[in-house]
Design a protein around this ligand. Structure first.
Ligand code: NAD
Length: 481
């Protein structure tokens, strides 16, 4: 049993009120850690530590190249500890080890190195004007860190998403308070230890554990926090946007999705199937980019549905550490019940179960990958974000209809298109109201590519130079000559 603590000003602390909560393993239900149930007082201490660190010579005068070196060192340490981190993530998330080895760890390392590369390239501009009040002027800009950033992290890829936010924030010269999800406190806590080992000055990175309504909300309301970067549900994102507006905080909101994977009649089906399956079921379907809506041309829809249902039945579900397991457990029993309720609702609305519900392993929050037939675009299962391993095939007749169904959702995060016709591919890509379109693939994410949504999927972008810019202010300095 692990005893997790907050990290404030370089020191490990229990919650100031002394309260804790239990973290249970999704695949067994066993209690694996006690975690501080922090309060607004702990958040205040952490924000003050971060604010203090902003002004210390150790951080603010360290220089851009030093920040780059710290980020590279942190990347080295994640690489060194990759096996232990993968095991920690599997334990707290219930997710198979292979996915984290392939995605979360390499991407965390790559993201740190990518933003390390930016740290010493935060160049300003000189801007010619006609001068002011008859005098010529020299006008130049400086890129300055926004200040203390609050980073609020979800449970579905806790280490990777924490790094997506931490790396650009530190490259920009900000200091941070991280609020990990109450469902996944372990790997982010370990990241905090590696931050110390990397030599990043005390107080630059602080971590406060606890509930969203208490710790997350206190961070969003705190007057010394200048920016909030949040990844999580659309509902909480909406509340954060409202509260952050009171103190004019900068916000990046990475919210929910309801991605369509559009399969045209000429698609390379053999290549598409494994990718469509990954889009629906990777991470137990608990990804923001989950491509749960397969929109298939009517001429191929029935055959494709059969193949996908058969492939779903083949997926091996079980404990993350069991060799050969492809799908693990859902994050907690409440979420499992919510996903099941979505399926029950769909069946009540007339959908039919093509795969799922059979041979569910005992013990943890397991469910089988589920394929539903007979789904109509107006049904709730085709509109709401389920955030679980549930997919469906919806037939379409024309390109227009496919684009219409894909866009007919409040979400706008991502989509895929499967076709061999480049004109169809690029013309459909242009008309999809989303932040990311994948052609003949599912959602390739890369540190160099901006990631984020339109509509109710959020505001702003993680990753790429766009993320870096969101942690910087551009200040104009005008000298009258
Ligand atoms: P969630 O919104 O329940 O929680 C996310 C984080 O916000 C947690 O740390 C939580 O404690 C905190 N929080 C909760 N209430 C809060 C409040 N009132 N004020 C401040 N913070 C609060 O989301 P989740 O269940 O952890 O994650 C799943 C959601 O995240 C899904 O909707 C998914 O689509 C989305 N997501 C989006 C992206 C993206 O890049 N767009 C990536 C991953 C996940």
């Amino acid at each position: 049993m692990m005893n997790i603590q907050n990290l404030i000003g370089g020191q490990h602390h229990d919650a100031s009120a002394g309260h804790t909560f239990e973290k249970r393993a999704p695949s067994t239900g066993d209690c694996i850690a006690t975690v501080p149930a922090s309060t607004a007082e702990d958040v205040d201490r952490a924000v003050r530590a971060a604010h203090g660190a902003l002004q210390t010579a150790e951080w603010s005068r360290a220089g851009a190249a030093a920040r780059a070196r710290w980020l590279h060192r942190l990347a080295d340490l994640i690489e060194r500890d990759r096996d232990a981190l993968v095991e920690l993530l599997a334990l707290e998330q219930g997710r198979p080890l292979g996915e984290m080895r392939m995605m979360d760890i390499p991407m965390s390392v790559d993201t740190l190195r990518y933003f390390a590369g930016w740290a010493d390239k935060l160049e300003g501009r000189t801007i010619p004007t006609d001068g002011f009040m008859g005098r010529p002027t020299l006008n130049y800009t400086r890129r300055e860190p926004v200040g203390v950033a609050g980073l609020i992290i979800p449970w579905n890829a806790p280490l990777m998403i924490a790094v997506w936010k931490l790396a650009p924030a530190l490259a920009a010269g900000c200091t941070v308070v991280i609020k990990p999800s109450e469902d996944t406190p372990l790997a982010v806590s370990r990241l905090g230890e590696l931050v110390g080992e990397a030599g990043i000055p005390a107080g630059v990175v602080n971590i406060v554990h606890g509930m969203g309504a208490e710790v997350g909300a206190a961070l969003v309301a705190h007057p010394l926090v200048r920016k909030i970067s949040f990844t999580g549900s659309t509902e909480v994102g909406r509340a954060i946007a409202g509260e952050a507006a009171r103190t004019f905080k900068r916000v990046t909101l990475e919210l929910g999705g309801k991605a369509a994977q559009i399969v045209f009649a000429d698609a390379d089906i053999e290549r598409a199937i494994p990718s469509l399956i990954a889009g629906m079921f990777a991470n137990q379907g608990q990804t923001c980019a989950a491509g749960s809506r397969i929109l298939a041309h009517r001429s191929i829809a029935q055959a494709l549905e059969k193949r996908l249902a058969a492939a779903a039945r083949e997926i091996r579900v079980g404990s993350p550490s069991e060799p050969g397991v492809q799908m693990g457990a859902l994050i907690n029993s409440r979420h499992l019940a919510r996903v099941r309720a979505h399926i029950e609702g769909a069946l009540a609305e007339g959908a039919v179960l093509l795969a799922g519900n059979e041979n569910v392993p005992p013990g943890g929050n397991f469910m089988r990958p589920t394929m539903l037939g007979g789904v109509h675009p107006a049904m709730r299962i085709a509109r709401d974000e389920v955030f679980g391993p549930v997919g469906m095939v919806i037939p379409f007749d024309t390109e227009e209809e496919a684009v219409g169904i894909a866009n007919d959702t409040p979400f706008g995060l991502s989509a895929s298109i499967w076709t061999q016709n480049i004109c169809t591919a690029h013309s459909v890509a242009e008309r999809l109201e989303v932040g990311a379109v994948a052609i003949n693939s599912w959602s390739p994410i890369d540190a160099r590519l901006p990631w984020g949504g339109t509509k109710h999927s959020g505001i702003g972008r993680d990753l790429s130079k766009a993320a870096l810019d969101s942690y910087l202010e551009e200040k104009i300095i005008t000298a009258a000559l």
